[in-house]
Design a protein around this ligand. Structure first.
Ligand code: BGC
Length: 718
């Protein structure tokens, strides 16, 4: 594409610039505009924004593809002007190049576009970006995803012809996927004066987006804001956990009334400190706007337990905040990266909460493109340049496995085979990369792993829980091969080799590791992946591990998504309920009792004594532990896709109620209609109310009821 167009940039500001071109067309006709950038762009046509897209065209594996967006514009005028604003974005901002001394962008921010329009004689014409476009530095002095924005409203534009940038056009490709948009606006709930005398606006929830300014000020006056997710135990502003990300918001006013909205950046925050402000803050001058991918909400949970309801709301908020073009680990500090481990831990919960098929199709395409020549699936995708060297050394258990786990979940939830086709070769490649690393007995040992990241049983000073790297690595290896065989069966591949491999390495795991499973995570993973022959023994061990820890979780990123399933699938739902409803530290509800509005990276991000986890790895918006929502839907509510009828063409509804709640309700909007599963305890009865839009198996306490679409009530004595 872009055969005739050139990339152009503005030598006066290689970071932020605006480009424009005037042209005549047939009044009332329509045109198609195709745009891309080495950076991110925003298009205005005759002064109006052509779309609500934010940070277009998003983040891809730029070494292989750079997205282009197409826009249709109707009813054009005879004299038109197209303007394109551009910033470094993910392409060459800090997020890609990092902060190491000397790190500098390799390319200027450049745009490329084509306009297919009709001229005043009715002839079809093509206008392309080249040095007939004018370019100027403009009010955005600098913008960067990590470092924020500096904007000088006094700057006058100074136009000169754009400069052509010599860069391959082979990578540009049209992308038509779910896009990043603005969502609701939030007003501050309070203006706080902290003990240190700082003026801080509290937006009530930890969110992602940006503040929009609406003030009356004098030329040269400044607004300078800082961002934070929490206040420290003294009530002071605290943002050391943003690490190197500068997150600036500096606005130099012109005279009079003005509004301002940042471009080329986003912030993760709840609190905004007014570092410089022209006058005393007046209500309505700063509003925050949510920004994230435009995914549609499909699931909901409500129960008689207010803290559980808030936990679920926090999970939803965490997903919205971290599904910003790609699934990220966190939205605030100097990461905001597509960590595969986090994505796979949360994918099942994610696919109940929101329709994320297209979101994952796009991201998985970039995961596939990020695989290296050795066939290794990375741990972050797209791989930022600054991590290119270590990222692809070898696969990392539970991180690289996102390549099997995520597409398989998409298939189960949405019945989409195309996503399996898209990723099948990559799954094979991943499995082969593990097979190469495995020993003669078929198990994967000895490689450096992230392990049970942030597990609470970590030795002092370590991020890694004490579960064995080798057990985790081998378990995920077997699990990925298992998924691969299922995918192969769906796609009609000759699978014999992988079936054999699965059976061999599963057996090796059972023989070598089953007897020595030690930690909560090791037991939970082995049980959930079906890697044990003596379920009762391992379940007892898991129970004993939980009890000896004081009925507490010790799991990290690897074990947490599975521990509740491992218990409830093995007759221990009572203990699973105990864990999910526990309020004291450590637990899912503990952060809720501490006022959390999102999911924390650490169980003890904010400790009971008010102390914070060290600033170097402490995000308050990391969704991984929110994976428990998949247990709420699939066990508490019992709503499960049927592997034989994927995409909820038929479904299984097998709720597991527990009297620690009076009532519980899960609902999920499948493409065939809404599934609702609720239960309620009254004095002597337990009543289930279930609605299904398709033929389903309702399983209550082991009894299977085959039902057609409809609403059903079941009652039993308690
Ligand atoms: C990220 C995680 C990620 C991990 C890998 C962290 O810095 O924030 O969420 O999965 O590194 O170990």
């Amino acid at each position: 594409m872009f055969s005739y167009a050139s990339l152009i940039y503005c030598p006066k500001n290689e970071g932020d610039a605006v480009f424009k071109r005037e042209f005549s067309a047939k009044a009332g006709s329509s045109l198609t505009l195709t745009v891309s950038a080495l950076g991110v762009f925003d298009v205005r046509f005759n002064g109006e924004k052509v779309s609500g897209d934010i940070l277009a065209p998003g983040w891809q594996c730029y070494k292989k593809r750079i997205g282009a967006f197409e826009y249709k514009i109707d009813n054009v005028r005879s004299d038109n002007v197209i303007e394109i604003y551009a910033s470094r974005g993910w392409f060459s901002g800090r997020i890609n190049i990092g902060y190491k001394e000397g790190a500098a962008p390799k390319h200027p921010t450049a745009i490329i576009c084509e306009v297919d329009y009709v001229d005043s004689f009715g002839q079809k014409c093509k206008l392309v970006s080249d040095d007939s476009f004018m370019a100027s530095a403009y009010e955005v002095v600098s913008s960067d995803i990590y470092d924020g924005i500096i904007y000088d409203a006094r700057v006058k534009r100074d136009w000169s012809p754009a400069t052509v940038y010599d860069y391959t056009k082979d990578k540009f490709t049209l992308i038509d996927s779910v896009r990043v948009k603005e969502h609701e606006s939030v007003q501050p709930i309070e203006v706080i004066v902290t003990p240190r005398g700082e003026i801080v606006l509290d937006f009530g929830v930890n969110m992602v987006g940006y503040p929009v300014l609406n003030i009356d000020a004098h030329e040269g006056e400044r607004v300078s804001l800082s961002f934070a997710e929490i206040l420290d135990s003294d009530g002071n502003f605290y943002n050391e956990n943003y690490r190197l990300a500068k997150c600036k918001y500096e606005y130099i006013c012109r005279e009079g009334k003005q509004t301002f909205k940042p471009f080329g950046t986003f912030y993760g925050y709840r609190y905004v400190r007014l570092d410089e402000y022209p006058h005393e803050y007046r209500d309505g001058e700063i509003t925050s706007v949510w920004v994230h991918s435009d995914i549609e909400r499909t699931g909901n949970i409500e129960s008689s337990n207010e803290l559980l309801n808030r936990l679920y709301e926090n999970i939803i908020r965490g997903q919205r905040a971290n599904y910003l073009d790609i699934p990220t680990d966190c939205p605030q500090r100097d990461e905001r990266l597509g960590w595969l481990g986090d994505a796979q831990a949360f994918v099942k919960a994610a696919s109940y909460n929101f329709d994320c098929l297209e979101f994952f199709r796009k991201w998985l395409c970039d995961v596939v493109l990020s695989i290296n020549e050795k066939g290794v699936v990375p741990q972050i995708a797209p791989v930022p340049d600054r991590y290119a060297n270590w990222q692809l050394a070898e696969a990392k258990a539970a991180w690289s496995d996102a390549i099997t786990i995520c597409p398989w979940q998409m298939y189960l939830t949405y019945g989409d085979k195309a996503i399996l086709e898209l990723t099948y070769d990559a799954m094979v490649s991943h499995v082969e990369s593990m097979r190469r690393r495995a020993g003669a007995d078929g198990l994967w040992r000895g490689d450096e792993q992230f392990g049970d990241w942030l597990g609470l049983d970590a030795p002092e000073g370590s991020y890694k829980g004490s579960s064995s790297d080798d057990v985790i690595a081998s378990a995920f290896y077997v699990h990925s091969v298992n998924i691969l065989t299922r995918v192969g069966a769906v796609l009609g591949k000759d699978n014999a080799d992988y079936k054999q491999l699965y059976s061999n390495i599963r057996r090796a795991f059972v023989e070598q590791f089953e007897p020595i499973l030690e930690t909560q995570t090791e037991c939970a993973v082995a049980l959930y992946f079906g890697l044990v022959d003596n379920r009762d023994v391992v379940t007892d061990k898991l129970k004993a591990k939980i009890h000896s820890a004081g009925d507490r979780l010790q799991t990290g990123f690897v074990g947490t998504p599975y521990i509740l399933h491992a218990l409830s699938e093995n007759g221990e739902s009572e203990l699973a309920y105990k864990l999910i409803l526990r309020e004291e530290y450590p637990s899912w509800l503990y952060p809720v009792t501490m006022g959390a509005t999102t999911i924390w990276e650490h169980w003890d991000g904010l400790r009971p004594d008010g102390k914070l986890w060290s600033a170097d790895m402490n995000s308050y918006n990391h969704y991984a532990y929110g994976a428990c929502a998949d247990w709420m839907f699939s066990v508490m509510g019992g709503i499960q896709p049927d592997e034989l009828y994927p995409g909820y063409e038929r479904c299984i509804i097998a709720p597991v109620p527990n009297p620690s709640l009076f009532h519980f309700k899960a609902s999920y909007k499948s493409k065939h209609g809404e599934i609702v599963s609720s239960w309620r305890y009254d004095e002597n009865t337990l009543t289930y109310n279930i609605t299904t839009p398709v033929r389903s198996k309702i399983i209550l306490n082991g009894t299977v009821h085959e039902v057609d679409a409809g609403s059903y009530e079941f009652t039993s004595e308690v």
